[in-house]
Write a protein that binds this ligand. Structure first.
Ligand SMILES: C[S@@+](CC[C@H](N)C(=O)[O-])C[C@H]1O[C@@H](n2cnc3c(N)ncnc32)[C@H](O)[C@@H]1O
Length: 402
């Protein structure tokens, strides 16, 4: 039995759902924390769909081993949501064009609501700034819900769904990564596709690979095939076993070197902390397959530094090894960003998470332009920068010329 205040909060939330359904403003509504009788049901994702000129709501029922979709007319969808909330589902997360609302039931049956403007609808901020960190309070909206089964399987949460303290940095990183990806997916319109193909090069222990698969398939309700490519066979086997254990058919891991891997029809190419020029090979593959989103966080910049000839004016500054290393890193990633721009991508370089959580915090995010643009000026800029620093070869540039 819930108290009067909680009952009013619930009614307000349901009224907001009705308003969003009827006004066509709903992006998605996720019902989670299932406590009902069906032991296999995890959650429901509700999204608007247009079927033969009729505006319906698609309910994606996510079971332990399979997904089932049912479409409802708006009134029926409202009844379904009303019946489910509070009794079967103890959490709801609604995203509309304007608002993002999180509703949850406390153990004592109190209804907690947190409503914020949907910041993805707002104009994007200067991406060269550090992106704001997620706050630590428990009402803070997160892109990833703590109760997701893969988090427990990968050792990020414990049996009660609580973050294991030693994994809190990884947890923040996953959330920030999905937040950035989510904005890019909406901006490129990939959330409207029926199916997406995603490749993660240098997938390692695959925290992000599982997170991406879960976000796109469960939160966005888009069929997704994710392939993690990893050099180390042991990790590939481990990750495939985890996918099997979780009955995830849309995710697989292959042993391979990104240098020799060939991929086709990738929509989203991810390479996080793939070492040195592995990042260049991944970027090259993303560009060549025409990926709409390319997301990489480079590390171990080794190729450019030995080539650098300090320009006379900068020699007193670059005489210090640490500065030379920083300059080489900036030039490597700056040239990568320019090459992406020259090959049809709007590109941003920014710190995606504060240094406190990881030192490998730079992200290059590229989104494919809808219309091609003349690239001669950018190619000239690249040539000028290389000449200025005496750089003879940059791996991505070489790969793109072949
Ligand atoms: C630092 S880990 C990052 C793992 C994961 N992307 C993450 O961010 O959590 C880098 C991974 O890339 C793999 N790797 C490095 N070079 C590679 C290559 N040429 N092809 C495929 N995998 C590579 C390594 O084995 C390692 O597991």
């Amino acid at each position: 039995m819930i108290d009067t205040k909680s009952s009013a909060e619930l009614d307000n939330f349901l009224a907001d759902c009705r308003q969003a359904f009827t006004a066509g403003a709903l992006q998605r509504l996720v019902l989670s924390k299932y406590k009902g009788a069906d032991v296999d049901l995890n959650r429901i994702t509700i999204r608007p769909v247009q079927i033969k000129d009729q505006q319906l709501l698609s309910f994606l029922y996510e079971y332990r081993t399979n997904h089932v979709t049912k479409n409802f007319a708006i009134e029926e969808a409202i009844v379904q949501s009303q019946q489910s909330l509070g009794s079967d589902f103890h959490n709801a997360h609604m995203i509309t064009d304007e608002w993002e609302t999180q509703l949850s039931f406390s153990k004592k049956g109190k209804v907690l609501v947190n409503k914020n403007r949907n910041k993805n609808s707002a104009p994007s901020s200067d991406t060269r700034d550090v992106q704001p960190e997620l706050a630590h309070n428990r009402n803070k909206l997160r892109y990833v819900e703590q109760d997701r089964p893969y988090l427990r399987e990968l050792g990020i949460t414990d049996a009660n769904g609580q973050i294991i303290p030693a994994m809190s940095r990884k947890w923040k990183q996953i959330n920030k990564f999905i937040e950035v990806l989510s904005t890019a997916i909406q901006q490129t319109g990939l959330d409207k596709r029926n199916e997406l193909h995603i490749a993660d090069f240098g997938s390692g222990k695959a925290y992000l690979t599982f997170a991406v698969h879960d976000y796109v398939s469960a939160n966005l309700g888009v069929n997704t095939q994710v392939t993690g490519v990893e050099l180390r066979q042991g990790l590939v086997d481990l990750c495939n076993q985890t996918a099997q254990k979780l009955s995830l058919n849309g995710i697989k891991f292959e042993q391979g070197d990104v240098q020799h891997f060939s991929a086709q029809n990738i929509n989203i190419m991810i390479a996080l902390h793939a070492c040195d020029t592995a990042t260049d090979y991944a970027l090259n593959m993303g560009i060549r397959t025409g990926a709409e989103i390319i997301m990489c966080s480079p590390c171990c910049h080794k190729q450019i530094r030995p080539q650098l000839k300090s320009p006379a004016l900068l020699a007193p500054v670059l005489q210090h090894g640490i500065h030379l290393g920083q300059e080489a890193e900036m030039l490597t990633d700056g040239l990568r960003a320019l090459l992406l721009e020259a090959h049809g991508y709007d590109t941003k370089v920014f710190e995606f998470i504060s240094l406190e959580h990881t030192s490998k915090n730079k992200m290059i995010l590229a989104q494919k332009r809808k219309t091609p643009r003349d690239n001669s000026e950018i190619l000239q800029q690249i040539a000028d920068i290389k000449a200025f620093y005496g750089i003879t070869e940059q791996c991505l540039e070489t790969l793109l010329q072949n």
